[in-house]
Write a protein that binds this ligand. Structure first.
Ligand code: ADP
Ligand code: G6P
Length: 347
């Protein structure tokens, strides 16, 4: 990549609660941006930073002003803004955006304490992911695009149960209690950031299965909500821009087993903003048939026919690859690449 001397880093914010798929989304994004393997920065094996040729992803937990013991002593959760140093976050994100390297703190998730800082040099694209990328107005104003991963409470609970019960041996009651304990702070400090997002990926239980629904929570209804009028970010549409569409692709061209797949496209308002919404409920049986769906979506910002399907197939082992979470994360990745290329082209 050729760097222009006046180049400025493009900054993207990704907000979500922990355990809501941020890391998976980052792996899809760095894959779309291309340029080799991701590797942790510096010598610290507990670094939270991901570096690829084009992008650096930093985790905002690194701006914890209260470490684990400090939070415990003050009775403050990690979701509480009082546990974070927003002044430093703002100064450092601004410095990187202006082309200056910074010594960023490192929060060690194993020890729950701060490790010695690590050097972050300005990349082409800086992604700040974490609990509060859009909380502080100064930081928010530095973002070229902001994304919120909105996992509904029911789905979040099911994902946590799968992970914490199966992999970490926690009890159902403990998992429920820890989610309940976090909820007031989540509602107060994390969720309100949705109103600032240019794109929201909303993950809900399926509507395809009647009655009590899908107990395992494997079948998901996922919406990609895209704000209108955002510079360098043209919303994706299905069939015909500006229309309202309900589409069941199952039939001769796409194999669907129960409960099938349903797409929808339309308009609405989201926190007072005009938005376009593309929705997918259900899951793909055969991932290579996704190309048929891709053909009917426009403004995808792909570089060649079938790029979405190719990315999805390449990472078929990532969580969410057979449903709308993987599909829309991949599409948002392509839109970020496009936004970056448009900004660079204008310099
Ligand atoms: P975060 O970085 O936000 O903590 P991860 O990407 O590490 O989240 O995902 C945490 C866990 O949530 C995964 O290990 C998986 O169990 C579950 N998960 C994430 N995304 C999905 C998805 N799209 N479908 C199903 N489960 C998912
Ligand atoms: C969230 C934060 C982490 C924090 C964790 C648990 O996931 O992102 O930084 O470590 O909560 O918080 P605790 O106070 O139990 O360490």
């Amino acid at each position: 990549t050729i760097r222009v001397s006046c180049s400025k880093t493009v900054v993207i914010g990704v907000a979500a609660d922990s355990g809501c798929g941020k890391s998976t989304f980052m792996r899809r994004l760095t894959s779309v941006l291309g340029g080799g393997a991701e590797s942790p920065r510096g010598g610290n094996p507990n670094s939270n930073t991901l570096v690829s040729d084009t992008a650096t992803v930093i985790c905002l937990d690194d701006y914890h002003s209260l470490d684990r013991a400090g939070r415990k002593a003050k009775g403050v959760t990690a979701l509480d803004p009082r546990a974070h140093d927003f002044d430093l976050m703002y100064e450092q994100v601004r410095a990187i955006k202006e082309g200056r390297a910074v010594e960023k703190p490192v929060y060690n998730h194993v020890t729950g304490r701060l490790d010695p800082p690590e050097l972050i040099t300005p990349p082409e694209i800086l992604v700040i992911k974490g609990l509060h990328p859009m909380y502080d107005e100064r930081v928010r104003d530095l973002l070229d695009l902001s994304i919120y991963l909105d996992i509904s409470n029911e789905v979040k609970f099911k994902w946590k149960v799968q992970r914490d019960m199966a992999e970490r041996g926690h009890s159902l009651e403990n998992i429920r209690a820890s989610i309940e304990a976090r909820k007031p702070d989540f509602d107060a400090y994390i969720e309100p950031q949705k109103q600032y997002a240019d794109a929201v990926i909303e993950v809900l239980p399926t509507q395809l299965i009647p009655g009590p629904g899908d107990d395992e929570g494997k079948v998901l209804r996922v919406k990609l909500i895209m704000k209108e009028g955002v510079e360098h970010f043209a919303p994706v549409y299905l069939f015909d821009e500006g229309s309202t569409v309900n589409w069941i692709p199952c039939g001769r061209k796409l194999s669907c087993s129960y409960p099938g797949i349903r797409f929808a496209y339309g308009f609405g308002t989201y926190f007072g903003h005009e938005v376009s919404v593309v929705e997918m409920d259900g899951q793909f049986d055969k991932l290579d048939e996704l190309i048929y769906v891709e053909t009917h979506l426009s403004n995808l910002s792909t570089k060649f026919y079938g790029e979405v399907a190719q990315q999805m197939l390449k990472h078929a082992d990532f969580p969410g690859s057979s449903n709308g979470t993987g599909l829309f994360q991949t599409i948002v990745g392509l839109k970020i690449r496009d936004l970056y290329e448009q900004i660079v082209a204008r310099r």
